[in-house]
Design a protein around this ligand. Structure first.
Ligand SMILES: O=C(O)C1=C[C@@H](OP(=O)(O)O)[C@@H](O)[C@H](O)C1
Ligand SMILES: C=C(OP(=O)(O)O)C(=O)O
Length: 410
């Protein structure tokens, strides 16, 4: 499904309810499978959380997690430690190109039995669940934090717990801290000192209800909309809190640079455009702690016609698509002057945006959602727009509520 998007509004005053964080939800779903007395509220309605929930229930056989990277990594560790269960863990074609060797090697060091069904280092994986009794392992921390979170999530159910030594520069740190915080909230003892993380074993935890905060990565698209609107625009989003576990809450600081003020209310945040962004402005952001908002920020800068230098993007090449190349190709079609390396993006200021350009989305939900706000400036076509369901199934409906005119096209 391709969608033709345009919007003639310049000012908005709306509110949107966003579904629970998919990162928090997928962690809690795994913890609930290990400790059923955990109850989860405001769980994500994303495809990725749905495949995670279904995957956890498979006793033996094939588990297909489609495009969900976290589900792939978390379930690899989960099934490796499930004695008596035997599965083949697979996903979409892209998933067979997303590396898992660092995680598989670490699990093997702990005693796991995992074989590559096709290419060494990549899914699909054949996993024979075993009791893992080894409890010390070192692994590279500079490629994806998901490998680390995967090990930490199964750690409290291992007989001897786990001690992880992280090697190299640790990437996407807030996601590791989120994992530890949710373990603690569930009643598991953890420690993180220097580059060593310890998780202590627990056989039973108290009854617990954990409320998932709504998804900050999803909130980014509304930050972009507010930034591209006139002064006076407000959008309220729920349910959010000030002390978020999600690193993408750094949007609050990043978007100040684009004239967007965030006010915290009771369970809501209100985004308000309070000042114009002057021509000639340039922003420089290190996004190594919040890689999932890189596309949103790059498109906001292009829409505002300002220069940006985004660094810390080394994980983007192994996500749903090579996001650096995808951004370069699609922003160039719109007329941008953009350069990328394997970890940075440089955008020069532009004064015009090409109209009615077909934006390809490369099976990547964030390509579709990041480019949609540009319809405030010129009509755009988003190809394969259904990709949004990976994290935000209600995205197009919410955009219609914000008076975006959205029609299917060929
Ligand atoms: O643990 C998580 O929930 C995630 C970690 C990040 O991955 P990397 O650590 O690979 O950057 C992030 O990009 C992904 O969307 C979700
Ligand atoms: C990278 C993402 O997800 P995953 O790695 O879980 O597929 C994302 O949602 O932007």
């Amino acid at each position: 499904m391709n969608l033709y998007l345009k919007s003639s509004v310049t000012t908005l005053n709306n509110s949107v309810q966003i579904t629970g964080s998919k990162s928090e939800s997928n962690r809690l779903l795994l913890l609930k499978a290990l400790y059923p007395n955990i109850q989860i509220k405001n769980i994500s309605n994303s495809d990725d959380s749905e495949v995670m929930e279904k995957g956890l229930q498979v006793k033996n056989g094939v588990v297909d997690i489609h495009h969900a990277g976290t589900a792939m990594r978390f379930l690899t560790a989960f099934f490796a430690a499930q004695q008596g269960r035997s599965v083949v863990l697979t996903g979409s074609e892209r998933m067979t190109e997303r590396p898992v060797k660092i995680l598989v090697d670490a699990l093997r060091q702990l005693g796991a039995e995992i074989k590559y069904e096709k290419e060494e280092g990549y899914p699909p994986l054949k996993i024979e669940g075993k009791e893992l009794t080894e409890n010390k392992v070192s692994l590279a921390a500079n490629v994806s934090s998901q490998y680390i979170s995967a090990l930490l999530l199964v750690a409290p159910a291992l007989k001897n717990g786990l001690e992880l030594t992280l090697e190299g520069k640790i990437t996407s740190v807030p996601y590791i801290k989120m994992t530890l915080a949710l373990l603690e909230e569930s009643g598991v003892k953890t420690s993180f000192k220097g580059n060593v993380i310890k998780v202590f074993p627990v056989t039973r935890i108290e009854d617990k209800t954990i409320v998932v905060e709504s998804d900050w990565s999803s909130a980014s698209y509304f930050y972009s909309i507010v930034a591209l609107c006139e002064v006076g625009t407000t959008i309220s989003l729920s349910s959010y809190k000030k002390n978020s576990l999600q690193g993408d809450s750094s949007l609050v600081d990043f978007y100040k640079e684009f004239g967007v003020k965030t006010t915290y209310g009771d369970n809501t945040i209100t985004l308000e455009k309070i000042s114009f962004v002057k021509a000639g402005k340039k922003v420089e952001f290190d996004l190594s702690n919040s890689p999932d908002i890189a596309q949103t920020i790059a498109v906001t800068c292009f829409g505002l016609g300002i220069e940006c230098c985004l660094t810390g993007l080394h994980t983007l090449k192994i996500k749903e698509t090579d996001r650096l190349e995808a951004l370069k190709t699609e922003l160039s079609k719109l007329g941008a002057n953009i350069e990328v390396t394997d970890k940075e993006l440089f955008l020069k200021p532009s004064t015009r945006i090409n109209e009615e350009v077909d934006i390809d989305t490369y099976h990547d939900h964030r390509m579709a959602m990041a480019f949609a706000p540009l319809a405030l400036k010129v009509p755009v076509i988003i190809n394969d727009a259904e990709v949004v369901s990976k994290s935000y199934p209600g995205f197009w409906e919410d955009m219609k509520k914000l008076q975006f005119d959205i029609k299917p096209c060929n």
